[in-house]
Structures are given as structure tokens and as C-alpha cells.
Design a protein around this ligand. Structure first.
Ligand code: GLY
Ligand code: MN
Length: 463
């Protein structure tokens, strides 16, 4: 945990920003895998962590703006808990660490909230994404789970985003530590993967680094020779000479701050010429999007810069034809680049995505519904201390090729005949984590090997 003053200040800022009402923040329950006493690795809700820092199950926090009170509701461990889990700090001791001096048994939350409702206090809550939190909300307020999203407080969402999107120095130190371990995970994979191994063996090595650093992974590992499947969690393929290996993996540290990097490297000692051509286009797109960043510059510009490079690159290979401006504007480039260039990052790898992409990434303005652009999670102007990813890629998806060709979609731009030679190519993505600074943007953490020369040098030593 940070020192208590961090959490005290965060709650004060939130109160000042909201002006009235009561903020109800529900911590997570243990999530059982197959029976109650066999839960998944516990992960606290990030909003609860941000304002209270306590990573224990079955707590709720109230920030009562009208009455200037911060309260943590939770039940002390029973002797049965202590027998199985050991002696743990009391709720009161944990609450003191985040500067909360008012703790109450969990059942009193019900009375507190009902009393506030009777007094016509506004109950602010964020959109909930876990079933048990929605049920708790229903029990406390009568709001049905199906309405928990639309009845969430927009004022609270905007107030929290205004705080959490600016990372403080102590948060940036945490994020850089998470990114550094993430780089180690990627370098380990580059030095470990060999023809004949299963993808799962590489996954195990990557996960080992995260566990050995006393944290865990920040999202399920993507480690695949089918990099064209954007969120591929199947790890049963045997990797072989000539394949491209795509790793998208991140570390979540003890404070729950995340890293999120992607790498693509040849399974052989070197890239083939065909692979090198596409790889270098993705690198060019990567640096074009970084060069487009700046204080007050919409992240959409970074995406457009990447889309333009992909369009130009594909045109130079004869896979696209026609005017590049039109290819970018119409969305025809999305045959190759179907996702967005990046997202905010912090306590969550897609930071604050649970509040709604439109608020976090678009400042409340509507998103495009066009294929490709609709997957852009971040488009708004960025400011110093905003932390985010840059991750343009190129993906050859046979089903998409067949669908669009069958529909005759973008046939004025896409050379479908030539594209057939890339059906089995796979996909390439690199990803780095950055922060806006007063002079532009800075890559966080240590450098990840990314050029063709750097990757081939590692691969030549490895196999
Ligand atoms: N690295 C996984 C994602 O950004 O969705
Ligand atoms: Mn990412």
C-alpha cells in the first residue's frame, strides 16, 4: 500500500469534485472456481483499491460527501478463518493504513444506505461487472442487476476518471516496475521458445517470471503461432521453424499496477523476407503513432497515423490499391488492422474500462461504429501523466478475407487475388507502454528488443 496520506487525499479530492451525495464502493468477494473454499486468485476491485488500498475480500467503503465521513464496512475474521488462514490484521488495523478511522460490521452497511436513501441522499455507484456486487447493490438499494449499469452515477464516473487518469509519481514508479518485469517476461520467451515446443511451454516460462517477481499476470497470456487471432488463449500448438510467435503478456505487481506488452519474433533464427516486410511495416506504424503523440493531441491521431502507414505499406506490397486517404477514411485498411492502437493503463491493463469506454476513451462523446474504428478504445486528447499503450498490428484473418471478398466490400481498394498468398501468414503486433510528458511522450520501463536485428540476434543465440 502507499502511505495513508495518498488515500486520504484521493478521497478528499473526490468529495470536493462530487460536492454532494454518498459514494458506495463495493470491494470484491472471493470468486470460487468449483466450490466455495477453492477460490481463484483474489483480485480486489480497482476502484476500491484506488481509494482504500486494502486487498481483502468482503469489504465495502462509503465516502459520505454530505457528512464528510469515510467508513469501511467488514467483518472480523472468526477463529475458523484464523485456523485456516493464520492471524491476520483486523479490519480496524487495515483501515488505519488508508487513513480511515471509522470501521463498522458489514451488516450495518444496509442500515447506513437505507438511512441515506430515506434522507434523499444521492447514492453514487460505478457500473458493476461482478454478479455478487450487483446482487449486493440490489439488496442495499433495490436497484435490479439489469439496471445497475444505466443507474450508475455519471458524475461519479467522470470525477473518478479525472483523478485516476493522471498518474502520480508514486504510481508511475509502480507502473514502471510492472513494465520492467513485463519486459523480462518477453525477453524470457524470446530466449526460450524453440521449434518442437508447445506454445504452452512458453506460457509456463512467461508466467514463471511473473510469479517469481511475487506478482501475477495482468491478464490471460496470449502466446501463439496464430497471432491473427487477437485474443487467442489456446496454447496447444507445436511451434515450428518458419512460424511467427506472438506474445501479448503483462505483469501485475503486488500493488496491482499493470504492464502490458506485445512482441512478435521468428521461431527460426531469422525472419523470412515476406515476414520481414510486414514486420517492418508494423514497426513503422508503431513509431508513426508514437510520433503523433503530444500534449493535448487526440489519441485518435496516433491511430490514424498507424492506419495510414499500414495502408501505405499494404499498397507498396500490392495488397491495397487506390488513394491512401480514401483507404484510411473508409476503413478499408481494417482488412489488416482490425483493432485499436492503444488503451489507458494503470491499475487495470485497460485502465478504468469498467466505467465505460465512451467516458474513459472518448470524454463522453460517441464512438464510431465502423469496423476497425469501433475497436479503438482511446481517442480523446491526452495530457501529461496519462499512461497508455501503443500497439498497432497487422493481421491476416482468412474468414475476414472470405467475408469481404464475398460481399465485394472495398473491392476498389483491396487486391483480393494477391491477398490469397497471405492466408496463412498469421499476425504481428508490438506493444509498448507510454506516458505523455510536457515535451511529448516517454516509453515507460526498460527497452524491449523490437528491431529485426535485435530479435534475430536473440533467436540466433537461442536455436
Ligand atoms: N494486451 C491485451 C489487450 O490489450 O487487450
Ligand atoms: Mn494492450
Amino acid at each position: 500500500m502507499f502511505q495513508s496520506k495518498t488515500y486520504i487525499e484521493r478521497r478528499q479530492v473526490l468529495k470536493k469534485s462530487l460536492k454532494s451525495g454518498l459514494v458506495l464502493l463495493l470491494g470484491h468477494e472471493e470468486a470460487p472456481m468449483n466450490y466455495k473454499d477453492n477460490p481463484y486468485h483474489f483480485r480486489q476491485d480497482s476502484t476500491f483499491l484506488y481509494y482504500f488500498g486494502i486487498s481483502n475480500a468482503s469489504l465495502a467503503g462509503v465516502i459520505d460527501v454530505d457528512n464528510d465521513k469515510d467508513i469501511i464496512f467488514g467483518d472480523e475474521n472468526s477463529i475458523d478463518d484464523i485456523v485456516f488462514m493464520g492471524s491476520l490484521p483486523t479490519i480496524k488495523e487495515r483501515a488505519e493504513r488508508c487513513g480511515v478511522h471509522d470501521t463498522r460490521p458489514y451488516p450495518e452497511l444496509d442500515h447506513y444506505i437505507k438511512n441515506a436513501i430515506n434522507k434523499k441522499q444521492q447514492i453514487h455507484f460505478i457500473p458493476l461487472y461482478r454478479g455478487e456486487s450487483k446482487i449486493k447493490l440490489m439488496e442495499l438499494t433495490g436497484i435490479l442487476p439489469k439496471d445497475a449499469g444505466e443507474k450508475a452515477s455519471i458524475d461519479l464516473i467522470n470525477a473518478i476518471i479525472k483523478q485516476r487518469e493522471y498518474k502520480t509519481d508514486e504510481e508511475i514508479a509502480q507502473i514502471e516496475q510492472a513494465v520492467n518485469v513485463t519486459v523480462d517476461m518477453h525477453v524470457a520467451a524470446m530466449n526460450f521458445a524453440k521449434p518442437g515446443m508447445k506454445e504452452a511451454e512458453v506460457v509456463a516460462e512467461v508466467h514463471r517470471i511473473a510469479l517469481a517477481a511475487n506478482g501475477n499476470i495482468s491478464f490471460p497470456i496470449i502466446a501463439t503461432i496464430n497471432g491473427q487471432i487477437l485474443h487467442n488463449h489456446y496454447h496447444g500448438n507445436t511451434i515450428k521453424e518458419g512460424d511467427l510467435f506472438l506474445l501479448d503478456a503483462g505483469y501485475e505487481n503486488e500493488m496491482c499496477y499493470a504492464g502490458d506488452l506485445s512482441s512478435t519474433f521468428p521461431v527460426s533464427k531469422t525472419f523470412s523476407n515476406k515476414q520481414k516486410d510486414i514486420y517492418n511495416i508494423t514497426l513503422e506504424a508503431h513509431y508513426a503513432s508514437i510520433n503523433a503523440l503530444g500534449v493535448g493531441v487526440p489519441f485518435r491521431n496516433a491511430h490514424m497515423a498507424a492506419a495510414r502507414v499500414v495502408a501505405e505499406g499494404m499498397k507498396s506490397l500490392g495488397l491495397l490499391k487506390g488513394n491512401v486517404d480514401d483507404i484510411v477514411e473508409t476503413g478499408a485498411y481494417a482488412m489488416f488492422f482490425q483493432c485499436g492502437t492503444g488503451h489507458m493503463m494503470g491499475l487495470d491493463i485497460h485502465d478504468m474500462e469498467n466505467y465505460g469506454e465512451v467516458y474513459v476513451g472518448y470524454g463522453g462523446k460517441p464512438k464510431s461504429t465502423l469496423f476497425g474504428y469501433k475497436s479503438l478504445r482511446l481517442a480523446k486528447p491526452l495530457l501529461p501523466e496519462h499512461v497508455f499503450t501503443i500497439e498497432p498490428g497487422i493481421y491476416f484473418i482468412p474468414e475476414l478475407m472470405d467475408l469481404w471478398e464475398g460481399e465485394g466490400r472495398f473491392k476498389e481498394f483491396i487486391n483480393y487475388k494477391k491477398l490469397q498468398a497471405y492466408r496463412d501468414f498469421g499476425g504481428i503486433r508490438n506493444e509498448e507502454n507510454l506516458m505523455i510528458t510536457p515535451d511529448g511522450a516517454k516509453i515507460l520501463g526498460k527497452k524491449k528488443p523490437m528491431t529485426v536485428e535485435e530479435l534475430e540476434a536473440i533467436r540466433k543465440r537461442t536455436i
